[in-house]
Every structure is written in structure tokens, then in C-alpha cells.
Design a protein around this ligand. Structure first.
Ligand code: RTP
Ligand code: MG
Length: 143
């Protein structure tokens, strides 16, 4: 199994609920290491650029409006099979379908306000990490 990096966002509804720490605890309990992190108020342009693949979809404007409605916390998670493992911890996009004990089951308010983002592949993870972090903001763990 290879060590991967994935990109994650604690979305504005989860920040507002004061569950940043609870979400980080889930990552750490699952063996994912936080190797970069910061809190940001996204601009509209930043949010639109991040979700460019969804431009033109009916939910795009609502998604962007939500993502700039308050601060987010962005992080890089590192570990074995990190992309898939993080998606497992997050649960299904629609919280109605998310398994009990997943982040979205516990912290999502709706399909749009679904608490967390996580990259869906190693390739998108690399692009998303580079969108928010410079190489010198990432701190590889040596122990
Ligand atoms: P994410 O990118 O946020 O980790 O979520 P995902 O891969 O599970 O879902 P994706 O299809 O990439 O959609 C991105 C985000 O857009 C919102 N969404 N709303 N109203 C809708 O039909 C709808 N569909 C998606 C969600 O916030 C989703 O996480
Ligand atoms: Mg996605």
C-alpha cells in the first residue's frame, strides 16, 4: 500500500457548529496525518475556481454561495490509501445516504451543506492541494 495525500475542507456549516476538532479527531483516529492546515474566508472567485468542474450545473450557484458564507478550514491529509480512506470517513455526498458514524451522517445539514469535502482521486487531490497550498506550507511527517 502506498502513502497518499488527499485534500480536505471543513465546510462553513461545520465550522459554524464548532466541530473542527471533532472532525480532525476522526481523521487522526483513522490514521490520517494532518500535514498542512489553515483557516480561510474564500472569495467568490476562489470558490468558483475550486468547483470549476461543476460550473453550469443547477447546484453550482448555491454551492458557491454556501462555500463563501463563512470561513472554511482546508487541510492536507497523508496516509495509506488516504484518498479512499478519507471518502469512507466522510460518507456519501447526500447525508440521507451516508452511513451512521460518518462525518456527513453526523454533521451535514443538507446535500449542499454536507460538512466536508474530500478529493475523489489521487490526481484531483494533487490539483486541489496545489490550489490552496504552496509546497513550503506542507510539513511531511518524519515520525
Ligand atoms: P465534495 O467534492 O464536496 O467532496 O463532494 P462529492 O465529491 O461527494 O460531491 P460532488 O459531486 O463533487 O459535488 C460537490 C459538492 O456540491 C454539492 N452538491 N449539491 N444540490 C445538489 O444536487 C448537489 N450535488 C452536489 C455538495 O456540497 C457536494 O459536496
Ligand atoms: Mg467532489
Amino acid at each position: 500500500m502506498t502513502i497518499e495525500r488527499t485534500f480536505s475542507i471543513v465546510k462553513p456549516n461545520a465550522v459554524a457548529k464548532n466541530v473542527i476538532g471533532a472532525i480532525y479527531a476522526r481523521f487522526e483516529s483513522a490514521g490520517l496525518k494532518i500535514v498542512a492546515a489553515k483557516m480561510l474566508q474564500l472569495t467568490r472567485a476562489q470558490a468558483e475556481g475550486f468547483y470549476a468542474e461543476h460550473q453550469g450545473k443547477p447546484f453550482f450557484d448555491g454551492l458557491v454561495g454556501f462555500m463563501i458564507s463563512g470561513p472554511v478550514v482546508v487541510q492536507v491529509l497523508e496516509g495509506e490509501d488516504a484518498v479512499r480512506r478519507n471518502r469512507e470517513i466522510m460518507g456519501a455526498t447526500n447525508p440521507a445516504n451516508a452511513l451512521a458514524g460518518t462525518l456527513r451522517s453526523d454533521y451535514a445539514d443538507s446535500l449542499t451543506e454536507n460538512a466536508v469535502h474530500g478529493s475523489d482521486a489521487v490526481e484531483s487531490a494533487a490539483r486541489e492541494i496545489a490550489y490552496f497550498f504552496s509546497e513550503d506550507e506542507i510539513c511531511p511527517r518524519t515520525r
